[in-house]
Design a protein around this ligand. Sequence first.
Ligand SMILES: Nc1ncnc2c1ncn2[C@@H]1O[C@H](COP(=O)(O)OP(=O)(O)O)[C@@H](O)[C@H]1O
Ligand SMILES: [Mg+2]
Length: 255
Amino acid sequence: MEYSIETYGLKKVYEEVTAVRGLDLRVEKGCFYGFLGPNGAGKSTTIKMLTGIVPPTEGEARLLGIPLTRQPLQIKRRIGVVPEDLCLFENLTAREYLAFVGRMYKLPAAVSLRRTEELLALLGLADTHKTLILEYSHGMKKKISLAAALIHDPDLLFLDEPFEGIDAVASRTIKEILQQMVSQGRTIFLTSHILAIVEQLCSHVGIIHQGELIAQGRLSEIAGGQSLENWFVSIVGQGDVDTAGLSWLGGEVLR
Ligand SMILES: Nc1ncnc2c1ncn2[C@@H]1O[C@H](COP(=O)(O)OP(=O)(O)O)[C@@H](O)[C@H]1O
Ligand SMILES: [Mg+2]
């Protein structure tokens, strides 16, 4: 089995919080992997460790078969990431920013320019010639971050909540781009709270809860015939929640 992501006992401790506790992930090459978990479960921290944004406290990882700590640059050339906090240079226009990213990846200028125009057209941002990124809406910033993550045609793509703040039309386009990438053998590792999208896109899912991987497998097999939402809530939820837990929804009258 060829893996794009392997982690061995990956752990992250932030001062008082252990965000990720000994994660052993296996993500097969060419799969579309949905990494799910409730708020604060450790999803973003995992992506940050795997993409070199924060160092792991303990443990090891291999991306595309390459050890993370020993050859980080060799890995960074071949991965793309849309991180939680987008980390854009906001005093640039979209075209200036993508030209900069293209240069970082050493793309020939003509290729970078062509890909920039294709990406901007596809994402509905082609008319933003003079607009600085800082003037963009949150959804537009997400789109630019995605364009920057795609411009060098990565073999492995990390997406932290890529659909959050994105309109339905752009979501459709993005889903199609991602599906096309996977059909050509690229690997995608995505976190999303939108389970309907995960169900539509992902071939495999992993669930992290309180920093631990509590389930992992092929989507078609793992949920045992239930909807992803029912399965997810049944393993990480608080059981049946009673709306009478909110006193005023139970018929409280203030006089
Ligand atoms: N920079 C940080 N400093 C301290 N604690 C953090 C930091 N980033 C995340 N955490 C904590 O680590 C845990 C996991 O956070 P995170 O990975 O962002 O979860 P998720 O993305 O699944 O919502 C949370 O308890 C969060 O408060
Ligand atoms: Mg997060």
